[in-house]
Design a protein around this ligand. Sequence first.
Ligand code: ISL
Ligand code: CA
Length: 632
Amino acid sequence: MTKISKPQIGNHSTIKEICSNPIGHDIVKKLLLQLKMQSKWIENPIVGLIRIGLIRKILRRKVDDGFFEAFFHLLNQEQNPYTGTRAENREKTWWKEAIFYQIYPRSFCDSNKDGIGDLGGVLEKLDYLKELGVDVIWLSPVYDSPNDDNGYDIRDYFNILSEFGTMEQFDCLLRAIHDKGMRLIMDLVVNHTSDEHPWFQMALKDPQSKYRDYYFLRTEQNNWTSFFSGSAWNYYEEQKLYGLHLFSKKQMDLNWENKELREDIKQMIRWWLAKGVDGFRMDVINYISKEENLPDGDKTIGSLMGYYGIEKYFYGPKLHMYLQEIRKEAFEPFQAFSVGEMPGIGQEMGKLLTGKNRRELDMFFSFDHLENPGKVRFDDYSYDLNYLKEYLMDWNQNYSSVCQLSLFYNNHDNPRFISKVTDDCSYHKLIAKLLAVIQFTQKGTPFIFQGDELGMTNSKFQHISDFRDIESLNLYRELVQEKGEGEVLRILNAGSRDQGRGVMIWNEHKYAGFSEKQPWIWSQEQPVVASVEEQKKDQNSVFVFYQDLLHFRKDNDTLIYGDTYFYGKHKKNIFAYRRADQSQSFYIHCNLSKQEQIFKTYYPVKTLLFSNYETLKADRMKPYEVRVYDCE
Ligand code: ISL
Ligand code: CA
């Protein structure tokens, strides 16, 4: 059957038509969010009839033509939304049931006392993870790397970074993980390699080399900018060529158009899967397809986003094709799991990338909940948890019914979520438990980031020499003249990725039991968080609470496959919902604020199963209080 194609999106298109296009839908929604406008606004039938041509006329002085051309071009790539059924996400699969735990190996545990976490350290702590209730470990990159971006710049995909250990140790770790009934997923970084990768070295050295075409080496640059400050092009004097790098100067973007490159990548994936690895978290995987000839990015979009060129690759023309190809030829033969890290992807694009029938990815990480509308990571503000509620209700309704949502608050690229909510330490433990309840009782797959189970918070970095992350160091250089030292340090303390990279707090000894030597990252003002050793002895600790919750989730399929019913949707500061199937039902009631709230359940409840307070008031919810009940 031939598909009847819809008319192209253009000036004549109405807002309603734009929003029924999957890319249009997600972009408009994101714009409204940044402008702090309700999405109800575009659902208004009159607004829906407005044509883009009219908006274009009104905005003529503010927005250039390139903006609309870029917008239409993107939308016309994808005409139809994903049509999955509700039943799809009820199908049982291990990765919907599993609890994932991200290990950032550099900061997890140091077994040979050189101040750097390593594979030996992970091996030592497997029982700890098992005891917590972890099913799958996601290991951030451990491949050989010059470490310009802490391992996200790979020099050799088939070797282990010597600071982390050896391949023998890796094999031994993988075996031990499987022996304990757990799984392991690795980080797959294939948007770029290190400039020290032999492919890039050969590409530079020999103009005849087939590897020249593995990268973007050109005589001219375009206006794209790097996520780590400055131009996205590095000039190679000797060759008189520019090389594209969306991240650091040592992370060279790979040209996926090249078929041999794709073969090499698939072969590498299969090599790891044949070893027994259970799947991959795929680094910035939505950036792998760039628009042909790498046209300049639109200036309006560039200044709006802070990065030029992003619309030319964040949802590139061949993204689906490449993903289908690697899935079919590398992942499926091993029944391997995939979760894509995809900055900028919204619900509808997300469905097209993770819908079961599409055979592309199993899941993806959306980042829209990590900051309040209108805010960016480096803003110093108090995160309002009412937005987390809105986000979860929205994604539950519009994404989770067909696809599996990933549930997380932290990773190695973000400051600690608890610290975003408040820097008042007296609330931290309560918030840690409140967030945990939401994470383990919402529909989706939870990803714990190391330290979450302790209620880990930010450190205070006093001086620029305390920072390690290339993004922070570059940003410092970019801003210090204009803003002054004090202000830049404030910005970095609020948003630096180093905040997520502090070492695990194992015991009360010097260097938190992470190492006996000064760790590779260490601030004088460490987070005020009790250690694993202390928390294990304390029945009221965040750790024990996590342990109980994880087991609760494992014992109750209802929390995994059951439906979600939200209550008091418009009631500020209260988040209430029920998870239910034919056999059971659980009711969750949260106070999202530090003000006491009146307590009245929206549904008849029976027994209290969890709370973050020891004594409860009959008709009041204390600050950040959460309760989980069994229902009639
Ligand atoms: O810091 C960011 C951009 O300014 C983040 O958005 C982050 O770079 C982005 O989410 C991509 O992250 C992943 O790829 C990067 C690496 O530095 C991150 O650690 C990784 O998680 C490049 O490989
Ligand atoms: Ca070490």
